[in-house]
Design a binder for this molecule. Sequence first.
Ligand SMILES: Cc1ncc(COP(=O)(O)O)c(C=O)c1O
Length: 384
Amino acid sequence: MAPTKPATRPDNARFSSGPCAKPPTFTLDALSDAALGRSHRAAVGKAKLKDAIERTRAILGVPADYRIGIVPASDTGAVEMAMWSMLGARKATMVAWESFGAGWVTDVVKQLKIDAEVKTADYGEIVDFAQIDFDTDVVFTWNGTTSGVRLPSAEAIPADRAGLTICDATSAAFAQDLDWSKLDVTTFSWQKVMGGEAAHGMIVLSPRAVERLESYTPAWPLPKIFRMTKGGKLIEGIFVGETINTPSMLAVEDYHFALGWAEGIGGLSALMARADANAQAIWDFCDSRDWIANLASDPATRSNTSVCLKFTDPRIADGAAFAKAVAKRLEAEGIALDIGAYRDAPAGLRIWCGATVETSDIAAMLPWLDWAFHAEIEAQTEAA
Ligand SMILES: Cc1ncc(COP(=O)(O)O)c(C=O)c1O
């Protein structure tokens, strides 16, 4: 007998891991004050860009002596400009436990071709940071978006390291506690926890990262959109809103809206609490069922943003087809959009739990996951 469909539906079915759900109070009207058709170098545009930087600093608690810049090409642009500008001065350690981290390994090993030790872990696991030599430059992803495994803390990173830490924090920033004293370069995009747009990245530089930029010139050519120095000195303008090239003022306005929403609900602690509550609802659901589990093997490393799940029922014949079918059922019902596991990740589901997602929507979606699972098991049995 086909299982009964739950009576309640989520108000918002958007659980994509990027672009992520807009803040709950968002409407297109909120962008009506955008400086459209105006130069980003005019006072109005520059002020909006500078304000976006300073409000980001305030919410994230970035130290006053760290630079924050708005840069081209979303998080990827920010990570790559850091690696291309700073790596090569000393040996590097590339750390990866899912596909985005693996992408940075490819950049460094195959494109930049620099001397690097590569440390990897399988999906669901994490690399042991106690085994890393932080006198090398270390590149890592704080929250592995495609495996749902995050670094629990920066404790293993020594304060007196000689190398730089370059951290892709795009699915961690605004939802997880980032210890700035341990991070020399941190990058993220507006499109994740804040529910912004993906056009631009943010790069946060420690004083030691700036020192590297001013004292080291890479052996390879740097395109204009990666260049943060001129004549051996930091281009300070980038860090007060004088962007390298033209930004989208619509995306900037949208980020302002997200910042205002975040400030209004209570800032970083409130953002983190929302992600925690969302993820906890899913963890509790999994704990009380024997057919679904977190992909992260160690609960301490479970992500509170990109929650990745695997089906564990022995009756499932083809794991990938099953997970796809469940996601398709939920999408067809308008219950959960874009929750299939990332294309390079193990079969399963990935449900975004960042701050813009309402816990009530997670709670309304989960009974439907029960429904979709049982309906699919039944369909599989009938087909056999
Ligand atoms: C960990 C991580 N790094 C990098 C990216 C790429 O980000 P963007 O497309 O904003 O450049 C993503 C996107 O999902 C990500 O999750």
